[in-house]
Design a protein around this ligand. Structure first.
Ligand code: SF4
Length: 277
């Protein structure tokens, strides 16, 4: 199947009404789901909810897709209560209860581990997300889930690619679909084609009960925050540039990169087929 390209989103900075926003996000989610064959008949999808705008929007989109899709699949929402101080533990159960969908709250004190192991002033997200991932993978197996849906969006993907290029010398973004390291879970990112600004607008209109992360929320100068600020500035001064970067990830030419594992440069021969003597 031919992969579609995430459409260039020049209207991103203009406010849209809720119905238009929903249509736009839903269509991008539909394309990503189809391009990467994210959902199949009989899937039981564990939808990870952090209490942020991204995961609330993802759940909304997957519920809409579930109603409209010609195939049957199950959704189960899961929140990991990491025991952060002042975490409003009733917010998500109340919200999910009001939707009338299957959900689980998993309690695991990863907060204390992060606080103990990450020195003051260092970024917490890397260790925190690794711990979270471990708990979520284990939970998916316990719940009999065939897929795990995460709320990362297009900006997360572009930011990750730039972070890897700038600081790790790797041309590597964030996969829309992957098999977990332990080979037991399939992770999907249905918001892969959706820009963060659209999600923020949509979440504000929907008035989701957002729970901010107070573990990393007080760390404004992380590398990711700096990349975010750069993308924001590009969106203002060069609308379309970030969308083009995202589209470029769907149109890679290995022969025009320098990775010898991706392309057999040494085996290239002229028409005669023999190497020069
Ligand atoms: S945003 Fe908060 S909860 Fe998420 S990985 Fe970073 S520190 Fe952990």
């Amino acid at each position: 199947m031919h992969q579609t390209n995430p459409e260039v989103d020049v209207s991103m900075l203009q406010p849209l009404n809720e119905a238009k926003l929903e249509r736009k996000i839903r269509s991008s989610v539909g394309r990503a789901v189809s391009d990467f064959n994210m959902i199949e008949a009989g899937d039981r999808i564990m939808v990870c909810l952090s209490g942020g705008a991204d995961s609330y929007s993802m759940l909304d989109m997957l519920l809409a897709l579930q109603k409209a899709a010609p195939i049957e699949f199950e959704l189960i929402a899961v929140n990991l209560d990491q025991k952060q101080p002042d975490f409003p533990a009733e917010v998500l159960p109340d919200y999910l209860g009001s939707l009338g969908i299957e959900f689980r709250i998993i309690e695991e004190d990863t907060y204390s581990i992060v606080k103990r192991l990450v020195p003051e002033g260092k970024t917490t997200c890397s260790l925190c997300s690794r711990l979270r991932r471990g708990v979520l993978y284990k939970t998916a197996i316990e719940l009999g889930a065939s897929k795990i849906a995460l709320g990362h969006h297009a900006d997360d993907i572009v930011e990750t690619m730039l972070l890897n290029m700038f600081y790790n010398s790797r041309l590597k973004a964030m996969p829309a679909k992957l098999k977990s390291d332990d080979q037991r879970n399939i992770v999907i990112r249905p918001l892969a084609y959706v820009r963060e600004a659209l999600i923020k607008q949509f979440a504000a209109l929907r008035e989701y009960p957002i729970i901010p992360c107070n573990l990393c929320g007080s760390q404004p100068n992380t590398r990711r925050q700096m990349i975010k600020a750069m993308l924001k500035q590009w969106d203002e001064s060069q609308p379309g540039r970030v969308d083009n970067i995202l589209r470029s990830l769907c149109a890679v030419t290995p022969s025009h990169l320098l990775d010898q594992d991706l392309f057999d440069f040494s085996g290239l021969r002229g028409v005669t087929g023999s190497p020069p003597v």
